[in-house]
Design a protein around this ligand. Structure first.
Ligand SMILES: Cc1ncc(COP(=O)(O)O)c(C=O)c1O
Length: 399
């Protein structure tokens, strides 16, 4: 271990990595999840699934769709791309909407609400479901962060008229999502098929990152040698880096362009990505994410200039990230990222023009919540290094 106060450069993967152990000998049984939905359609991303859910419900230009003040812009872009109006609502510290304000925001053009489960820690949904039923609102349950688990004793995704999910946040793939429903038949539009070269690239990327992190015993050396040779021949590798599924640097215009009729949003995911996600074992994924969350929470307890937003991991939750609330976030954010820690914040991917509400935590969360990855391909040593790095930076008195 380096002396206290020394910064380590971290080389752990930022996102799940392909490994034999996730496909062979792993148990598929534990933890309810989106795959259990009676109606399920593959999509190219979580945002594409939101677009298809809005379309399936018949949202038209001029309709209004409610979205939380604490959001990733990818949740809002599908609404604007349809010509509908995003209307922002405040949230409680549980992540649930402030229903009294929601009620005031409604008019006869308001037809749907997007309600996320943040960080992989389920948001209560029973009361919101009743609210939507009483007002004939379509509930789109955003499970991009929360693929597994229970909310108010029911499987995640089953409260919504539609549920959407994002595959790279939980599985070793660079793209893909799905639209699911426990309540309605899904007849979304026909999606464009993917080209063979895209399938080949998806497979190559998954194999390359699996071999790079030594997760494919028996084949690691061979795959690494093949990619090194290919890179030398092509003078530089053209492979994608896994990105933990976070749209960290997307601007509004780029996001909107993804929803043109011929654009990627209306394609299927590659079959390779879909199959890698669909057949991934659950037991190791669930266990390792829970262990990583609990270990990181313990190691960051009492950290200067920061507080754990949810020190206790709810039973049956399968976390995506650990949310850490940091004072003076501007001072620390880039410094932590520069060390290689997989860390995200939603300030730069917020939609412009979000109003302030006195009873809202969303505005503060957008600035102060650091989302720290706890994916299944980080081990105890990685978590230890991440915690030491964050503590060192948050304890420093450098300006
Ligand atoms: C809560 C939430 N919903 C939806 C999305 C969109 O998912 P995707 O990146 O797969 O389009 C994201 C992306 O980060 C997200 O964080």
């Amino acid at each position: 271990m380096p002396p206290a106060g020394t910064l380590e450069l971290l080389t752990a993967p930022h996102a799940p990595v392909l490994g034999w152990s996730s496909y062979f000998g792993d148990d598929a049984a534990s933890s309810p999840c989106i795959w259990d939905a009676p109606q399920l359609r593959p999509t190219s991303s979580g945002r594409a699934a939101i677009a298809l859910a809005l379309e399936a419900f018949g949202i038209c230009p001029g309709d209004r769709v409610l979205v939380p003040t604490y959001h990733c812009a990818t949740m809002v872009a599908p609404i604007a791309a349809l010509g509908a109006e995003p209307v922002f609502f405040p949230i409680h510290p549980t992540g649930a909407p402030v229903l009294a304000v929601l009620d005031r925001l409604l008019d006869d053009r308001t037809r749907a609400i997007i309600a996320p489960h943040y960080f992989g820690l389920p948001t209560p949904m029973a009361e919101l479901r009743q609210f939507c039923d009483a007002r004939r609102l379509c509930l789109i349950e955003d499970c991009a962060h929360t693929f597994f688990g229970l909310s108010d004793l029911r499987p995640i995704g089953s409260w919504g008229d539609y549920a959407i999910a994002s595959l790279p946040k939980f599985f070793p793939v660079a793209e893909g999502g799905c639209l699911a429903s426990w309540r309605h038949e899904l007849f979304p539009r026909q999606l464009h098929p993917r080209r063979l070269v895209e399938e080949a690239r998806a497979l190559a990327n998954a194999l390359e990152s699996g071999a790079r992190y030594g997760r494919l015993p028996g084949a690691n050396a061979l795959i690494k040698a093949a990619f090194a040779l290919n890179a030398r021949v092509r003078r530089g590798s053209a492979t994608l880096q896994p990105d933990a599924g976070q749209a960290s640097d997307l601007d509004v215009a780029t996001l909107l362009s993804e929803f043109r009729a011929d654009a990627i949003a209306f394609s299927r995911p590659t079959t390779v990505s879909w199959l890698l996600a669909r057949h991934h074992g659950r037991q190791r994924l669930v266990g390792q994410r829970r262990r990583n969350y609990q270990a990181l929470a313990e190691l960051l307890e009492g950290c200067p200039n920061a507080r754990l937003l949810r020190p206790e991991l709810p039973e049956a939750a399968v976390p995506y990230v650990l949310p850490l609330q940091v004072d003076n976030p501007e001072r620390y954010y880039q410094r932590i990222r520069a060390t290689g820690v997989s860390l995200y914040r939603w300030d730069r991917v917020r939609w412009p023009g979000v109003p302030d509400f006195p009873e809202d935590v969303g505005a503060v969360w957008s600035q102060q919540i650091f989302q720290l990855s706890v994916h299944q391909d980080l081990d105890a040593a990685d978590i230890g290094r991440i915690a030491r790095t964050i503590r060192t930076i948050l304890s420093s008195s450098d300006p």
